[in-house]
Design a protein around this ligand. Structure first.
Ligand code: BGC
Length: 347
């Protein structure tokens, strides 16, 4: 099956021929494309943040279809945490005539097969959320990345945690002037896990607060795993924990599940902070169980992916998209506290 780009080129050749014969104006390039097909593969379709991002992506696709009259078919695949499965899906999408492939890598250090398949079939790839190293993105000129600035989310999470300690003396339960904390980490090797942990703790320290790490656990972005790990951390540390730094909201909410099931009274709970602003995360900020979260702009990322996909598939202009280094879209994060949570819940 020919790609949309090939269809555009043939349409243009026909149009140029016709205009030379009849002396009339060239039609707009976009009017030649009637439909586009976007293939998306997710590392795990049950990931809370990504399923919300995909809902937004489908909403933007429907709106774009309405606005332009060009049918946008989106096909979503679940790689179920297997890079081999994902590679096979990319091959299937290429055979199926996808004009653009959006890849949420399972293993961000292993994009070789995906890149080779894309280049062989001349199909642009938009990687998103799980960032490959720059050298890999440089391997072909039709590779792009949509995501956010990981370090910024860690800094903001640290600022929220520090403000809670500085503003409310009761947060320092044992009144020793030191912030005792535990960390719930995402998958090892994920750019957001490594960087968020480092920047959140460093930011608390650089606001002049002494900290003591009581423990940490890897909970792979997952609420149920975080609940288990937090239950263990509570049994080891009891009411000594004053702060839970979670690399994402789902794990923060898992920690809250563990706190609810524990012997601690609500007043004895530690401060809990997260990142993402998922529905459950925002609800927990609204009802005071989390002191705040950091908004991972899923609408902005979904819109960036859709606009970039559309422009690439229709031969449109990439200039309006303001790509960083011609390849990146990175949305900024934002702090969310009880005062502005409603605005985010309404998005
Ligand atoms: C999000 C996590 C998500 C992960 C998946 C991160 O940016 O904050 O919630 O599980 O991406 O790759």
């Amino acid at each position: 099956m020919r790609s949309a780009k090939q269809r555009i080129s043939s349409a243009l050749i026909l149009a140029v021929g016709a205009s030379m014969l009849m002396g009339c104006e060239l039609p707009e390039r976009n009017t030649q494309v009637k439909s586009i097909k976007i293939g998306v593969t997710l590392y795990d379709q049950y990931d809370a943040f990504l399923s919300e991002l995909m809902e937004d992506f489908n909403t933007y696709a429907a709106a774009k279809e309405e606005e332009t009259g060009i049918a946008i078919n989106v096909e979503v695949y679940n790689a179920s945490q297997s890079q081999t499965t994902q590679n096979n899906q990319v091959e299937a999408m290429a055979q199926d005539g996808c004009d653009i492939i959006c890849v949420n890598l399972v293993d961000r250090t292993d994009p070789t097969t995906v890149i080779d398949l894309a280049e062989k079939n001349d199909i642009p790839v938009i990687f998103f959320n799980r960032e490959l190293v720059e050298e890999d993105l440089e391997r072909w000129d039709k590779l792009y990345y949509v995501g956010a600035k990981a370090f910024e989310s860690g800094m903001m999470e640290g600022q929220i945690a520090a403000a809670a300690f500085l503003q409310d003396p009761s947060v320092d339960r044992n009144q020793d002037g030191v912030y005792q904390y535990v960390v719930l980490e995402g998958e090892p090797g994920h750019q957001d896990a490594i960087v968020r942990t480092e920047y959140s703790v460093n930011t608390i320290v650089s606001s002049g607060i002494e900290v003591e790490k009581l423990g940490y656990a890897i909970a792979n972005w997952n609420r149920a795993q975080a609940q288990n790990k937090m239950t263990q951390l509570l049994s080891q540390n009891g009411n000594k924990i004053e702060l839970v730094i979670a690399n994402n909201d789902d794990m923060a909410v898992g920690a809250i599940d563990a706190l609810k099931a524990s012997d601690l009274s609500r007043e004895e709970w530690p401060v809990v902070v997260g990142i993402d602003g998922t529905n459950v995360g925002l609800e927990a900020v609204k009802n005071g169980e989390m002191v705040g979260t950091v908004y991972n702009d899923k609408e902005g990322q979904a819109k960036g992916m859709l606009e970039l996909s559309f422009a690439l598939a229709t031969g449109g202009n990439l200039e309006d998209l303001n790509l960083e280094d011609g390849k990146y879209i990175r949305m900024p994060y934002a702090k969310v506290g009880p005062d502005d949570v409603d605005e985010y819940l309404d998005r």
